[in-house]
Write a protein that binds this ligand. Structure first.
Ligand SMILES: [Zn+2]
Ligand SMILES: [Zn+2]
Length: 318
C-alpha cells in the first residue's frame, strides 16, 4: 500500500505538493481535531468570553507549554542536549502532552527522520513538497497514526526503554486524556476563582474564558509556532552554514519559538543545547536550560561544537 511517507518522498523528488490519492488515507480523527480546535479558538472573538486572566494564561501558556516541546521533546529527548532527573523528564513530557502534538516516541521519530534526510525523500515535512505540506498537511495524511514500527525502532530506540513513553505510544487515548484533564483543570480553577469572587455566572464566565483563551487558543498558537520551524525556517532566512539542506535562520521564528528559529545553526550543530551563535540570536530555550542547571536540575549540557572541539584538544594535551 502507498503510505504517507512514500507520498512525501515522491513529492520531494518531483518538487510538487503530494496529491492525496485515494490510497493515501487521511487521518480523519486528527483532521477533525486540527480544524475543530481552530474553529473553537474563534470563540475568543465573543466579548463575553474575554478576560485579562484568560489573555495572561494564554500568553504565559505559549511560553511555559511551548517549552514542553522546545525543551522537552526537541532538545532533551530528540537530541539529548542535556540530562535531567527521570521524574523531571516525565514532568516535562506531561507539559508537552498538553500541547496536543502526540506522544514523545512519535514526535522524536519524526524529528530524527527530518534530521537524517533533511529536505530529502525521507524527510516527513520538507517544504520542497509545498509550504502547507511542511506546515501541517503532512500530519493530516496519517503520519503520526501510521508511523511505522520499523521507523520507531530505528530512530527512537532509546525512548522505547522507558515504560511511560511506550504506554503513551501504545495507548493513543492516554495522551488525549492527559490533554483533556489539563483543560478541565483550567476550567475548574477559573470557575472556582470566579465563583468565589462574583457568584455562579462569574464562575462560568471565567472558567470558559480560561478554557478558550488559556487552553484552546494557546494550543493552536503553539501548534503554529512549532509548525513554523518546519515550514518558515526552511524557506525564509539566512543560511550562514552549508548544511546540505534548506534550513535557515529565521529571526521571526527565533523570536516566537524561543530560539528554535535559528534553525540553520541547529542543523549545523544538532547536538548543542544552544543555537545562539551570535549575541543577538536570542535563544530563550537555552536560557531556561541554564536556569535549570543553576537550580541543579540539568546536567551534561552539551556545549557548542567549537567548545567541544576546544575541550577535546585541551584533554589530549600531554
Ligand atoms: Zn529542519
Ligand atoms: Zn532538531
Amino acid at each position: 500500500m502507498r503510505t504517507d511517507t512514500n507520498a512525501a518522498a515522491e513529492a520531494v523528488a518531483s518538487g510538487r505538493p503530494p496529491r492525496v490519492a485515494s490510497r493515501v488515507r487521511s487521518n480523519w480523527p486528527l483532521v477533525m481535531v486540527l480544524w475543530g480546535l481552530h474553529a473553537a479558538a474563534c470563540l475568543v472573538l465573543l466579548p463575553w468570553l474575554f478576560s485579562w486572566t484568560g489573555v495572561a494564561a494564554m500568553a504565559a501558556g505559549v511560553i511555559v507549554f511551548g517549552q514542553g516541546i522546545n525543551l522537552g521533546y526537541h532538545r532533551l529527548l530528540s537530541h539529548r542536549s542535556l540530562k535531567v532527573p527521570r521524574w523531571f523528564e516525565h514532568s516535562i513530557v506531561v507539559v508537552a502532552l498538553c500541547c496536543l502534538q502526540g506522544p514523545p516516541i512519535a514526535w522524536v521519530t519524526t524529528h530524527r527522520r527530518h534530521h537524517r534526510d533533511s529536505d530529502g525523500g525521507a524527510d516527513p515535512h520538507s517544504p520542497r513538497a509545498g509550504f502547507w505540506w511542511s506546515h501541517f498537511r503532512w500530519l493530516t495524511l496519517g503520519e503520526t497514526k501510521t508511523i511505522e514500527a520499523a521507523a520507531i525502532a530505528r530512530h527512537a530506540k532509546d525512548l522505547l526503554h522507558d515504560r511511560f513513553y511506550r504506554r503513551l505510544q501504545r495507548q493513543p487515548l492516554l495522551p488525549l486524556a492527559i490533554y483533556l484533564a489539563h483543560a478541565a483543570l483550567f476550567f475548574a480553577v477559573g470557575s472556582g476563582i470566579g465563583l468565589v469572587s462574583g457568584g455562579w455566572a462569574a464562575g462560568l464566565q471565567l472558567g470558559l474564558s480560561l478554557l478558550v483563551w488559556g487552553v484552546v487558543l494557546r494550543t493552536v498558537l503553539v501548534w503554529h509556532i512549532t509548525w513554523s520551524v518546519n515550514s518558515l525556517s526552511h524557506v525564509w532566512g539566512r543560511r550562514p552554514y552549508k548544511t546540505g539542506d534548506d534550513s535557515r535562520n529565521n529571526w521571526l521564528v527565533g523570536l516566537i519559538a524561543m530560539g528554535e528559529g535559528w534553525h540553520n545553526n541547529h542543523h549545523h550543530d544538532q547536538a548543542a543545547a544552544s543555537v545562539q551563535h551570535r549575541w543577538w540570536q536570542l535563544d530563550g530555550t537555552y536560557y531556561v536550560i541554564l536556569l535549570l542547571r543553576a537550580l541543579g536540575l540539568a546536567t551534561d549540557v552539551v556545549p557548542q561544537r567549537h567548545r567541544r572541539r576546544a575541550g577535546r584538544k585541551a584533554s589530549s594535551l600531554p
